[in-house]
Every structure is written in C-alpha cells, then in structure tokens.
Write a protein that binds this ligand. Structure first.
Ligand SMILES: [Zn+2]
Length: 208
C-alpha cells in the first residue's frame, strides 16, 4: 500500500467533509488517489484541526492533545505516521468492498489493532435509561484519533449495506462516501466539484 503522497499545506474546510461518516472523511484527507494524489495531513496539528471539524473529539481532549504536540513533537509525528497507515488500510478495505472483493488481510489487521484501541477509549455507562459506550475522559493520547476513526469504521460504516459505499466517479478525486440518497444513485463526492465536468473548476475549488 502506498503511504507516501505529496503533502500539501492546506486548511480543512466544511466542504471537505462529504463522506457521511468521519471514518470515510478521514480516508478523504488524501485527494486524487486515481491521478495525482495529495495528502492534506501535513502535521499532527492539522490532524487535530480535522478532528475538530468532524467533531471526533470533545473540546477538552483537543486542548490536551494540542498542548501535548508542543511538548512531544516526535511522538506526535510517529502517531501521525501510524494514522496514515490506517488511512491507507481503510482505503484498501472500502474500495475492496465496493468492488465486491475480500479486503487485504493486512488492512484488516491494521483496522483491528486501532479498533481495539478505540474500544478501550470507551466505557459503558448508564445514561438516560440506556447503557451506552461513552468516551472516557482520562484516556486521550496521540493515537486516539486513529483509534476513534477505526472505532467508527467498525461500529457505523461496516454495518451499512456495502452497495451504499461509493467511490467518486470524478477524475483526480477518488473520495469515498456513503450514498444515503433515497434513489441510491449518488455518483459524485460533490456535484459542484466532481459533478461538473470542467476540470479547471475542480482545481480552483480544491486548491486552497
Ligand atoms: Zn469527487
């Protein structure tokens, strides 16, 4: 699996969040895997910015990690590299499912490891009449973002009908998403970006 892409510096924007679940939006932090891939996670701080945008972590946890990055930059960079390995495993897994193929064994192994971590970030609590898994407040560390992505993938994305998982039909995109349209015929990540055939407009839309 390729994990080294051209890394670009770029702020995440709400229009980048189209996957239908944060686990798929995480895969989409690489754009254009089919042509000229660019990796939008240029630092652990950027990963935190992304996690904030998709509401993956409570605000307090983001603050804790933000301070930790300043003190432990090497550990943060190592965690970012591990998160990117998960990202490529998830891309292989999802595109395999879309194609009706068994996912690569190593992709499942990588997901399993992060999913286990994701479970241990939770505790079961009785809340409003139900027992639910809630995020523990005391367990956040650098790998928690990847762990929560894996947790979401297993708990929320993989149970969906696989014929609702999509790879964008646009060129230089390869974003994945859940088609939750009534008719089940959504082809594009975003009609305004990939649905429009004009490639130049796509680049303008995604350049910054
Ligand atoms: Zn697209």
């Amino acid at each position: 699996m390729a994990t080294e892409f051209q890394v670009i510096e770029r702020r995440f924007a709400p229009r980048d969040i189209i996957g239908g679940d944060a686990a798929l939006d995480f895969i989409n932090t690489v754009n254009g895997r089919d042509q000229t891939p660019s990796d939008w996670l240029d630092s652990y701080t950027r990963l935190l910015e992304w996690a904030e945008l998709v509401h993956l972590l409570p605000k307090k946890a983001r603050g804790v990690l933000g301070r930790k990055v300043q003190n432990e930059p090497a550990a943060a960079a190592a965690a970012l590299a591990r998160a990117k390995l998960l990202r490529e495993a998830l891309f292989a897994l999802v595109t395999g499912l879309i194609a009706g193929k068994a996912p690569p064994k190593n992709a499942l192994a990588v997901l399993q490891e992060h999913w286990n971590n994701g479970i241990s970030l939770h505790e079961l609590r009785f809340d409003a009449g139900r027992v639910v898994p809630l995020l523990r407040n005391d367990a956040i560390e650098f790998d928690s973002i990847a762990a929560l992505v894996a947790y979401r993938m297993v708990e929320y994305v993989l149970p969906l009908p696989t014929d609702r998982l999509r790879l964008c039909a646009g060129t230089n995109c390869a974003w994945v998403f859940i088609d939750s349209s009534k008719a089940g015929r959504r082809r594009w990540c975003d009609m305004a970006v990939c649905g429009n055939a004009a490639k130049s407009r796509r680049f303008q839309a995604r350049a910054n």
